[in-house]
Design a protein around this ligand. Sequence first.
Ligand code: HGY
Ligand code: MN
Ligand code: MN
Length: 420
Amino acid sequence: MPETDANPPRVRLERLKSHVEELAQFGRNESDGALYRTAFSDADLEARRWLIGKLEALGLPAQMDGAGNVKALLKGSGDRPRLVVGSHTDTVPRGGALDGSLGVLSALECLQTLMDANWIPERDIELVAFSDEEGRFGGMFGSEAYCGKVTPERLEYYCEAEEQTLRQAMQQQGMDPEAALSVGQDPSQIAGYLELHIEQGPVLHHLGKQVGIVQAITGLFKWRVCLVGQSNHAGTTPMNLRQDALMGLAEFAFSVSRVLEEYGTEESRATIGRAQILPGAANTVPGFVEFTLDVRDPNPEILRELEQAFARSLRAICQRRSLGCEREQLSWIPPVSCDPEMVALLESSARKRGLQAHCMNSGAAHDAQIMANLTRIGMIFVPSKAGLSHDPGEYTEWSDIEAGANLLLEMILQMDARVA
Ligand code: HGY
Ligand code: MN
Ligand code: MN
């Protein structure tokens, strides 16, 4: 290990910063300064090819697997199970430059720092940039494929907003979708997974802490709901004779806070993030709405209770308003706990590096919770200014980024030396 207590290796912040700024050019919209690097878009693939080029230039053989994950290996001297470090590089539409990307580029910076120090790990260290974490086609696709959990049906996932399936989007990029079915990894060959990510919430910024150590990651379910009423004339249709699908959605949206109060916890979240109203004319009673519901809680039993409570609320509203209802579950991602040993090692590593750390749960979902199917996981957070994320205003102080990346570096060294 190249470090001495007095002088541990440190990342080169300027190099990391230039990589973050370079990657942020892919999928950037000049008019709003936001990123639209959605999964399997041209910008997404261009960014992956850029990353492969960076890794190759570093002397790390890199490749894109059948699911679009970019992977590179820093070879170790021994043959103990490898350490995997990564995150994702796709963004939400109108996203920010740090969500996912910072974790991948911090991992790259750590490997580059260790190579600069001519340090050979005792085991392979693999960098992975997962594909479609954000959910253009359901979410967590790349990490699910890496864990061998993708089925042929998953390739038929249909993206409403873009009227195409995951299969079609991959084929448009010259990829063979079937190849995603065979990229699963052997859990016995992996000693652990580490991910650095922006908090995407206000806790660390509010507490004035440099880094967060994640103890548990919230679970979630996502629905796509269609309410079917009867379009009709806005002037001639009496209010008591309407089958107004939008009013059904409005009543359901109004029920959210009641359901959370009655069945949820302080950490429960429910969001109606997208809605479409048809036929969409000012003088026509809406006969059709389609909307999404995203519900989260770190407790699996509470999450189940919320699912049942929202289903009851939807059913009662549709009966009362004579609306038809189609409900599709887009995803169900269970909450997970991070590995207690890795949490403890992160805490001691943070102390060793003199960092102000705060242990906390994650309200956002992450590839790490999928990787928990394969191996033990640890996550590092860095503060999000004003808690803002999934927005071009996403920002983290560079000094906090440096602290987080150095903690990731320290953790790689510690895990390499200590875990079997
Ligand atoms: O939805 C999430 O929590 C993550 O940003 N994909
Ligand atoms: Mn993310
Ligand atoms: Mn995100």
